[in-house]
Design a protein around this ligand. Structure first.
Ligand SMILES: Nc1ncnc2c1ncn2[C@@H]1O[C@H](COP(=O)(O)OP(=O)(O)OP(=O)(O)O)[C@@H](O)[C@H]1O
Ligand SMILES: [Mn+2]
Ligand SMILES: [Mn+2]
Length: 665
C-alpha cells in the first residue's frame, strides 16, 4: 500500500505545497473520470466524480521538469486562495503519475463559450453582477499579493445562476516574484513560444496588456487591463478586434486582418483597442468610461480593483419604467421620481460622499487668513451695509446646488453658496472652483474667497472680488510652498495644483461676477441667456497674446492650445505656481443691475458647459420644476447623459419668487 493510500495527507509529493482545508493527495480510487469537457493548451478538463460528487478534474500536461515546477507553483498559490468568486478547488492529486486539480463543477461553463458559442445574451444587470464579482475576486487576489495574468472570458466560469468564478491560475504569480525581468516570467511556463502555443496565443493576446506584449515590467495592473477588455466583450458580445459574435468566425477575421505581431504592435504603439461599448445603447456612461480607464496604455493610470469595485458598486441599472413615470402628469407632486430610481442619481449622490484630501487646506485657509490690502481702499457706505432706499428693486432669492465627480475617479470641483454674507440680508455670494492637478487649490479657494470677502467691507465690491482672488492665490501658493518643503522630496517638485474660479456677488440689486478660467456664469433675462463671464482658455486669442507678452509659452498640443510645460488649457487660475505669473489669478469682472426681468443665474464648472450651451441650460431650467437643487441636479444629469466625462458642479439661483409645484412645458 503506497503512502498516498494511507490517508489523505495535506501536502504534495515534494512537500512544498500544503493546505489546511484541501486534500492534496487524493487517492486514485477516490475519483473516476466520466467525460472530457475541454481541451486547453496546457490541460485537459474532465467531468469527474470525486467521492460521489460531480467535479471538474483538470489534468495539466506535464512534459518537462519546468512544467512540474510550474504545477507546484500553481498549487502553492491555489491552496492559499479562498473567495466566493474564485473557482473553488475541492481537492488535488499532487502525486505521480496522475496529477489532477479537482474543482467545483460550474454548470454553465466558461464565459467565452457562453457568449460566442451558446449565444448567451446577458442583461445589463447580469453583466454588472459579473463585473462586480470578477472585480472582487481580483481585488482579493491583489490584496493577497497574487497577480492572475490570464484574465479573459475563457477563464471565467459560470455557475447555474450565471455567477462568475475566476479560474485557471496557470499563469498566476506572486506579485513579489514579478520584479524579475518579465521574459523570465513567461519562460517559466516552459513553453517554446514563451508560454503559449500558437493557437492559444491569439486567444490570449487579445487580453494582454501592452506592457506584457512589450515584455516590459508587469504589475497587478496588467489584470486591470484584461478585466477592461473582458467587460467590454461582455457588453458588446463581440470578440475583441472583430465585428463577430462567434469565436469561429472571429479567428478567421482576426487572422486575416492582423498577424499576431501586427496586432501586438498596434496595441502597444498605436493604442489600438476593441470598439468600446456604446453608451447610446444603454450602457451606463460611467461603465464605458471605467473600461477605458482599465485599458489605458500607461499601467499607472489604470484604476486599482479597490477603485473599480467602488465605481461598479455605485452603478444602478436604469429601470425601464422610469421614463413613463416622467411623462405622467399625475406624478407632478412627486417630482424627484425621474431622478430617484435612476442610475445617474445613485452615482451622483454617491459621489457627494467622496473623501477629501489628507491635508486640511480648508482649515489652514481660515486660520491663516490675513488680507493685506483691506486698508488701501475705503468706500462708504460699505456694500455690506444694507441700503435704506426702498425704491431699489430687490430680487427674491432661492438657491441650490449640485456637485458630482461624474465619470471621473476623483472630485476636484468645489463650491460655496452663502446667503446673507456676514449676516447682511441683502448680500449673497456663490462660487464654483474647478481644480486641476489635484483638488487642493479648489478646496482652499472655496473657503478663502468668501472668508476674504466677508472681511472686505471697506473695499468696493469689485475691489473686494479682485483682491479675494489675487490674495487667495498668493496665500495658497505660500501654503503650497510650505507643504512642499515639509514633504521633502516625495513627488513634491511635481506638485502644482491649481483651480479655475468664478464668484458671483449679489448685493441688493447689483450683481458682480469675477471669473478666472473656464467656469461660467449665465444670467437668464426675459427668457434669454446672457453670459456674464468669459472663458479663459488658450483657444482664446486675447488670452494667448496676454500669456505670450507676459513671458509665457503657448503651443498647440494634441488637440488644442496649451500653456507652458504643464500643458494647461486654462489661462487664468488660482495656484499653478509653476505657471505664474502669466497664468494669472486676476479675474475679469462684469457687473449688472438686476430688475424684475431677471429670472435666474446658473453658475457652473466647465463639465456642464462642455455638453450644454447657454441656451440649452436656459431651456432645461424652464422645463424643470422650480426647485433650485433639483434644477441643478437635472442640469448635471443632462450633461452626464450627453457624455460629459468631467466633474460637474452647478449652482442655480432663482431671482424671482418661484413655486415648487410650478412646471413650465
Ligand atoms: N471548474 C470547472 N467547471 C466547468 N468547466 C471548467 C472548469 N474548469 C475548467 N473548465 C473548462 O475547461 C476550460 C479550460 O480550463 P482552464 O482554463 O483551467 O485550462 P487551461 O488549459 O489552463 O486553459 P488555457 O488554454 O486558457 O490556458 C475552461 O475554459 C472551461 O471551459
Ligand atoms: Mn484557461
Ligand atoms: Mn491557462
Amino acid at each position: 500500500m503506497g503512502k498516498e493510500e494511507e490517508g489523505m495527507p495535506n501536502t504534495c509529493v515534494r512537500g512544498c505545497c500544503s493546505s489546511t482545508h484541501i486534500p492534496l493527495a487524493i487517492p486514485k480510487t477516490h475519483f473516476n473520470i466520466t467525460k472530457e469537457i475541454a481541451r486547453g493548451a496546457e490541460s485537459v478538463v474532465y467531468e469527474a466524480r470525486l467521492e460521489g460528487k460531480l467535479v471538474a478534474a483538470k489534468k495539466p500536461k506535464l512534459s518537462t521538469s519546468a512544467d512540474l515546477d510550474r504545477f507546484h507553483e500553481e498549487l502553492q498559490i491555489l491552496s492559499k486562495v479562498e473567495h466566493p468568486n474564485v473557482a473553488t478547488l475541492v481537492g488535488v492529486r499532487a502525486y505521480p503519475p496522475d496529477y489532477f486539480f479537482f474543482y467545483h463543477l460550474y454548470e454553465n461553463g466558461n464565459l467565452g463559450d457562453a457568449l460566442h458559442e451558446a449565444d448567451w445574451r446577458p442583461t445589463l444587470q447580469q453583466i454588472l453582477t459579473i463585473a462586480i464579482q470578477l472585480a472582487k475576486a481580483l481585488q482579493y487576489l491583489h490584496k493577497e499579493g497574487i497577480v492572475h495574468r490570464d484574465v479573459k472570458p475563457a477563464n471565467i466560469l459560470l455557475d447555474s445562476n450565471w455567477g462568475a468564478h475566476l479560474g485557471d491560475f496557470g499563469l498566476a504569480i506572486r506579485a513579489v516574484d514579478l520584479k524579475k525581468p518579465s521574459e523570465q516570467n513567461w519562460k517559466s511556463t516552459g513553453k517554446p513560444t514563451g508560454g503559449f502555443h500558437k493557437k492559444n496565443m491569439v486567444g490570449t493576446l487579445l487580453y494582454m496588456a501592452p506592457e506584457i506584449l512589450r515584455k516590459d515590467v508587469q504589475s497587478e495592473k496588467s489584470d486591470v487591463y484584461g478585466f477592461g477588455i473582458t467587460i467590454n466583450e461582455l457588453l458588446t458580445g463581440v470578440v475583441p478586434y472583430t465585428d463577430r459574435k462567434t469565436a469561429a468566425q472571429a479567428h478567421t477575421v482576426l487572422e486575416m486582418n492582423y498577424s499576431e505581431q501586427q496586432l501586438s504592435a498596434a496595441v502597444t504603439s498605436q493604442g489600438l483597442r476593441p470598439v468600446l461599448a456604446d453608451p447610446e445603447s444603454g450602457v451606463p456612461p460611467v461603465l464605458a468610461s471605467l473600461i477605458q480607464q482599465c485599458w489605458e496604455g500607461d499601467a499607472s493610470l489604470r484604476p486599482s480593483f479597490d477603485k473599480i469595485v467602488e465605481t461598479l458598486d455605485a452603478i444602478i441599472i436604469p429601470q425601464p419604467h422610469v421614463k413613463t413615470l416622467l411623462n405622467n402628469h399625475e406624478q407632478q407632486q412627486t417630482v424627484p421620481v425621474d431622478l430617484q430610481n435612476n442610475a445617474l442619481d445613485a452615482i451622483l449622490s454617491y459621489n457627494l460622499q467622496q473623501k477629501r484630501t489628507e491635508v486640511n487646506w480648508a482649515a489652514r485657509a481660515a486660520k491663516d487668513w490675513e488680507p493685506t490690502s483691506t486698508q488701501l481702499f475705503s468706500v462708504s457706505p460699505s456694500w455690506l451695509t444694507p441700503s435704506m432706499d426702498n425704491s431699489v428693486y430687490c430680487p427674491t432669492l432661492s438657491m441650490g446646488s449640485f456637485a458630482t465627480k461624474g465619470a471621473r475617479q476623483t472630485m476636484e470641483d468645489t463650491h460655496f453658496v452663502i446667503f446673507q454674507l456676514g449676516g447682511a440680508d441683502h448680500v449673497s455670494v456663490f462660487g464654483v472652483f474647478d481644480g486641476h492637478r489635484g483638488p487642493e487649490a479648489a478646496e482652499f479657494a472655496a473657503l478663502a474667497i468668501p472668508s476674504f470677502l466677508s472681511k472686505s467691507a471697506a473695499l468696493s465690491p469689485q475691489e473686494a472680488l479682485m483682491a479675494a482672488f489675487t490674495e487667495t492665490d498668493i496665500v495658497f501658493r505660500r501654503e503650497l510652498e510650505m507643504q512642499r518643503s515639509q514633504k521633502k522630496g516625495t513627488s513634491g517638485a511635481q506638485w502644482h495644483p491649481g483651480c479655475t474660479a468664478t464668484t458671483a456677488l449679489l448685493t441688493g440689486n447689483k450683481l458682480f461676477v469675477a471669473n478666472a478660467g473656464d467656469c461660467r456664469t449665465v444670467l437668464c433675462r426675459n427668457g434669454k441667456a446672457i453670459q456674464l463671464s468669459k472663458d479663459h482658455t488658450a483657444s482664446c486669442i486675447e488670452e494667448r497674446e496676454r500669456i505670450i507678452s507676459a513671458g509665457g509659452h503657448v503651443s498647440w498640443q494634441v488637440d488644442t492650445w496649451r500653456v507652458g510645460a504643464a500643458a494647461l488649457e486654462v489661462t487664468r487660475s488660482i495656484g499653478d505656481d509653476d505657471l505664474k505669473p502669466f497664468v494669472t489669478a486676476e479675474p475679469e469682472l462684469q457687473e449688472c443691475v438686476l430688475s424684475a426681468d431677471d429670472e435666474f443665474l446658473v453658475i457652473a464648472s466647465d463639465g456642464l458647459w462642455e455638453k450644454l450651451t447657454n441656451n440649452d441650460v436656459v431651456a432645461l431650467v424652464k422645463d424643470t420644476v422650480k426647485e433650485p437643487s433639483m434644477v441643478s441636479k437635472r442640469l448635471a444629469t443632462e450633461s452626464v447623459e450627453r457624455g460629459s466625462r468631467d466633474n460637474i458642479t452647478v449652482i442655480v439661483v432663482f431671482l424671482t419668487p418661484v413655486s415648487t409645484v410650478e412646471r413650465v412645458y
